[in-house]
Write a protein that binds this ligand. Sequence first.
Ligand code: PGA
Length: 257
Amino acid sequence: MSQRAARRPLVAGNWKMNPATRAEALALARDVARATRGVPVDTVICPPAIWLVDVAGAVGDDVGIGAQTMHAEERGAFTGELSALMLDGIAGYVILGHSERRQYDCETDAAVGRKVASAVRHGLRPIAAVGERADERRTGLTDAVVTRQLRAAIAMLDAVAGSGLAIAYEPVWAIGTGDAASPADAQAVAGRIRELLREVDPRGAEEVPILYGGSVTASNAAGFFAQPDLDGALVGGASLSAEAFGGIVHAAAAARA
Ligand code: PGA
């Protein structure tokens, strides 16, 4: 049995490499803050790194700020990277292991595990993303892939309890395609993820928000939030509209009302 009431919903917007200008980023951030103010949901926006500070300033305390990735080391000769130390005081969250990072930046399961451990050590809440590709799903490998990625993501944590960890289940074939998973399929994998967390830390597993990601919109969000093991969403495309993103955040609150 999942202790859902103990988990606060979490909705995070991954802006990816958008929007194109700083002015647009600040306007969007302010609109998101206005659209979600006072809603009992942990609402987070993850802008491009160069605007983390400005966006944090624009939204104030109402909206959490997340980085889209970071390096596992604290400092050193890693061109183009940024570390948990550098995010300290700016971001409270960091997305790790997003499928686009795995696909285009060769991020491995082991690297995701090192990054998750570094984030937790530095008091950042990791949103660790896992999910199967279309070919893996077709060949019945969803469970094997998610199990492998999840185990690696938490391998270096001493405990799940108190870590601030969130897991995003994002089937790769559903990202940016308009072809979202069904709420029942997303729940089946989320339930499996919680079972895997319980194997490591039975108490801690109940604290972890599990998010669904992949073509979430204001119209389909409620179906995911009605599932017992889904506590929120990781939103890409729809997070670039304050109206759509605000609708998703309100849907997350309504599911708990
Ligand atoms: P999408 O992206 O909502 O545009 O499908 C989700 C994600 O990449 O996190």
